[in-house]
Design a protein around this ligand. Structure first.
Ligand code: NAD
Ligand code: UDP
Length: 316
């Protein structure tokens, strides 16, 4: 049994990670400031004596004795990370410094939830870890992209300079139950719109692509990475290589929900990447043949069920 700190633990991915680690018999401390997360995501764990909830902001130091830290605290949806862009940079950078300082002091292993956004609008396709990316350093996405890039740099510098035992994963677009209904990301937007028979908002012409990973597949890769031998610290891509255009995604959602929604085209936001697909050969090689198991239709079906239930509950 390990004692594990999860920052951002009340968010979409973090709450699933809390569930999984508790199920595996560990003691979990979930730290969150509830900016985009919610107590609702972890309320079912509150009676468990091996689960602790802490309201805290990672931009301030925090001290606790743990064996492992998963650093997930950071808004992930463009709408939310651009809402207070300076705070987003502080969360990524100061959050990394505070958590790395803690890991150094207590000799804990620490994993950083980095992102495919470090590749920006990629000129190499699909993206291997060795690609350095194509990021606009002053654009509206830079608070997130450069914040995460700086966090990666901090992780590797704490490793080189202070021998901190680090792991860095680059997560590609991940979806599933417990995304916030007003999260603003494409999968939750399309599903909520379809279930309400409201227009499906496609930004631009919808030919831009993403590769969507179901949350359970990510968790498996994330935990395998934390448990990987100390000579494999990453960065490693974790994503589903099946690539879809936003038009294709909209059609799948319409088909699976049987919705009457029409498609509406809205302006494409600045610096919106045109394509994204992970090269996962490194993860397959180093993480015991890890690969995503849940394909889009199956994952969407589970996510649609979740939102359908949530929207009906909210109507009561
Ligand atoms: P999310 O917004 O649901 O979760 C982020 C959590 O961090 C929320 O609970 C939020 O309240 C918390 N948080 C934000 N700022 C904080 C602060 N200053 N102090 C403490 N807590 C804070 O998003 P998610 O999809 O669950 O993402 C989790 C992590 O994974 C993020 O670091 C994100 O960058 C990374 N990631 C996610 C994706 C994806 O597709 N979901 C892709 C790449 C990377
Ligand atoms: N998108 C869209 N309609 C929406 C929300 C997003 O067409 O209602 C597009 C967005 O422009 C982008 C893609 O979907 O090209 C993925 O957007 P998301 O915000 O989910 O993630 P990211 O851009 O960070 O990959």
């Amino acid at each position: 049994m390990k004692r594990i700190l999860i920052t951002g633990g009340a968010g979409f991915i973090g709450s699933h990670l809390c569930d999984r680690l508790i199920r595996e018999g560990h003691e979990v401390i979930c730290l969150d400031n509830y900016f985009t997360g919610s107590k609702r995501n972890i309320v079912h764990l509150l009676d468990n004596p091996f689960f602790e909830l802490v309201r805290h902001d990672v931009t301030h130091p925090y001290f606790v004795e743990v064996d492992e830290i998963y650093n997930l605290a950071c808004p992930a949806s463009p709408v939310h990370y651009q809402y207070n862009s300076i705070k987003t940079i502080k969360t990524s950078v100061m959050g990394a410094i505070n958590m790395l300082g803690l890991a150094k002091r207590i000799k804990a292993k620490i994993l950083q939830a980095s992102t495919s956004e470090v590749y920006g609008d990629p000129l190499v396709h699909p993206q291997p870890e060795a690609y350095w990316g194509n990021v606009n350093p002053i654009g509206i996405r830079s608070c997130y992209d450069e914040g995460k890039r700086c966090a990666e740099s901090l992780f590797f510098n704490y490793h080189r300079q202070n021998q901190v035992n680090i792991r860095v994963i680059r997560i590609f677009n991940t979806y599933g139950p417990r995304m916030h209904p007003n999260d603003g990301r494409v999968v939750s937007n399309f599903i909520v719109q379809a279930l309400q028979n409201k227009p499906i908002t496609i930004f631009g012409d919808g030919t831009q692509t993403r590769s969507f990973q179901y949350v359970d597949d990510l968790l498996e890769g994330m935990i395998r990475m934390m448990d990987a031998p100390n000579d494999f610290i990453g960065p490693v891509n974790l994503g589903n290589p099946h690539e879809f255009s936003m038009l294709e995604l909209a059609r799948e959602v319409l088909d699976l929900t049987g919705s009457k929604s029409k498609i509406e085209h809205l302006p494409l936001p600045q610096d919106d990447p045109t394509q994204r697909q992970p090269d996962i050969s490194l993860a397959q090689e180093r993480l015991n043949n890890w690969q995503p198991r849940v394909q889009l239709r199956e994952g969407l079906t589970k996510t649609i069920e979740y939102f359908d239930h949530l929207l009906k509950e909210n109507q009561k």
